[in-house]
Write a protein that binds this ligand. Structure first.
Ligand SMILES: Cc1cc2nc3c(=O)[nH]c(=O)nc-3n(C[C@H](O)[C@H](O)[C@H](O)COP(=O)(O)OP(=O)(O)OC[C@H]3O[C@@H](n4cnc5c(N)ncnc54)[C@H](O)[C@@H]3O)c2cc1C
Length: 389
């Protein structure tokens, strides 16, 4: 029986989860928040994941990866978050950039970029969001024009995660169609130290060593082969990265939800203010039980989306990945809120570190695609309702 039809993951996947949990548990939430609050990074954890073969587990073996699927790298992402170490760059570097380059890069491009994505020495950020276009990616204006046998890239990007920790950034831009003059989307790999590229950190309220940046791209000169894939099929290539992105974002959220619930349950068993531990009161127990159910449902949909994607069913995976991402973000937001409430006043102390989860899980409702855009997708594609925008 394949994992497409089974309701539990393979033994191999379950072992992977246990191993990643053990590794990440050695670092834990205290390490993660300490690094965040001191302006440090999680490079040693990142390199440990890479060294054990988990970072590029979804990338083909001939390029230094593990030859697995999105389900595997999503499991890694979830288990990291479940130990209190949610790493956004897992979503970006191996899952989005790694997938797009594996599927559409030339042989030369795969050899150049994939091994570094796998071993952690060539992390890649991803930049699509622009200040003016926002959710409406069709309106992006970052443009690449030909200059001899090179490209000149100019534009602005916003909320770009981890560009300070990345060697390259996969930029979604546009080129002019020679026949129609219309701008069409294209993907370029840009070295983060390229002349003309500047990144400014955006002060965010998320407690995380991974930061978001505004990126200014002014006439950045790129070799002709910085263009990934076909100039005429940019959209198709971009969509190849979107399902993995949603499946990873869902895993990031369910991992955080599990972490919040574990902490809340442990606290509710210990803390006694009347005769019995607070977990004996149904006002505390039921919301946590409800969150556990919601999280498990979201995990099931995430695993279904990953199984469909890995089986090559892009259409089926698209619907499931959107639903999974929506359900996971909602489950995580509620779990974090209930975990804070369970802790009473301790829920908003730095010592217990629970309140930081409120913002971290909240980001899952906004990025990489907002809950409203998923509801739009489901309304239109699953229910056949008219488009509203
Ligand atoms: C922590 C974090 C990390 C991020 N990392 C990256 C990254 O690495 N790379 C990258 O490219 N981007 C990144 N982003 C950007 C993220 O993808 C965007 O914030 C997101 O897509 C929403 O775009 P926006 O912020 O411009 O909101 P807007 O587009 O301004 O939307 C604002 C609100 O309006 C709603 N809305 C807009 N249009 C509609 C509509 N038609 N129907 C209903 N509601 C609508 C939205 O759902 C949202 O609630 C990150 C964001 C965050 C918060």
């Amino acid at each position: 029986m394949t994992d497409t039809v089974a309701f539990s993951e393979t033994e191999e996947r379950q072992t992977l989860r246990r191993e990643v949990a053990k590794l990440a548990g050695g670092y834990g939430r205290e390490y993660f928040t300490r690094q965040a609050r001191s302006g440090g990074k999680t490079t040693d954890l990142w390199m440990a994941i890479a060294k054990n073969g988990y970072l590029g587990i979804n990338i083909p073996e001939e390029y230094g990866g593990g030859g697995g699927g999105i389900g595997d790298v999503a499991a890694v992402c979830e288990e990291l978050a479940a130990q209190g170490c949610p790493l956004l760059m897992m979503v970006v570097s191996p899952a989005i950039c790694g997938t797009v380059i594996s599927r559409y890069g030339t042989e030369e491009q795969k050899r150049r970029w994939l091994p570094g994505i796998c071993d952690g020495t060539g992390t890649m950020a991803f930049a699509i969001t622009e200040p003016d276009a926002g959710t409406n990616s069709h309106n992006i204006t970052t443009t690449a024009r030909r200059d001899g046998d090179e490209w000149l890239l100019t534009g602005r990007k916003i909320y770009i995660s981890g560009i300070d920790e990345a060697d390259n950034v996969l930029v979604v831009a546009r080129t002019e169609d020679a026949r129609t003059g219309k701008l069409k989307p294209c993907l370029f790999v840009v070295p983060t130290d390229a002349e003309g590229l500047e990144a400014k950190p955006i002060p965010m309220e998320i407690v995380s060593p991974e930061q978001q940046f505004q990126v200014f791209i002014d006439d950045v000169r790129l070799p002709f082969d910085a263009l990934v894939g076909d100039e005429d099929a940019g959209l198709v290539q971009l969509f190849a990265g979107l399902n993995p992105e949603r499946i990873m974002a869902a895993s990031f959220s369910t991992g955080l939800a599990r972490f919040a619930l574990d902490r809340a349950a442990a606290y509710a068993k210990e803390r006694t203010v009347f005769q019995a531990p607070i977990g004996a009161h149904q006002a505390i127990a039921h919301p946590l039980a409800q969150s556990h159910i919601e999280t498990e449902l979201a995990r099931l949909m995430t695993q279904k989306a990953a199984a469909l994607y890995d089986a090559g069913d892009d259409m089926g995976a698209g619907e499931a990945a959107n639903m999974a991402k929506y359900a996971a973000a909602e489950a995580a937001c509620d779990a974090a809120d209930r975990a804070v409430q369970t802790h009473g006043g301790n829920g908003i102390t730095q010592e217990y570190g629970m309140a930081g989860l409120l913002v971290a899980t909240r980001a899952g409702r906004i990025a990489p695609v907002s809950r409203e855009m998923i509801l739009n997708f489901v309304a239109m594609h699953s229910l056949g309702l008219p488009k509203s925008y």
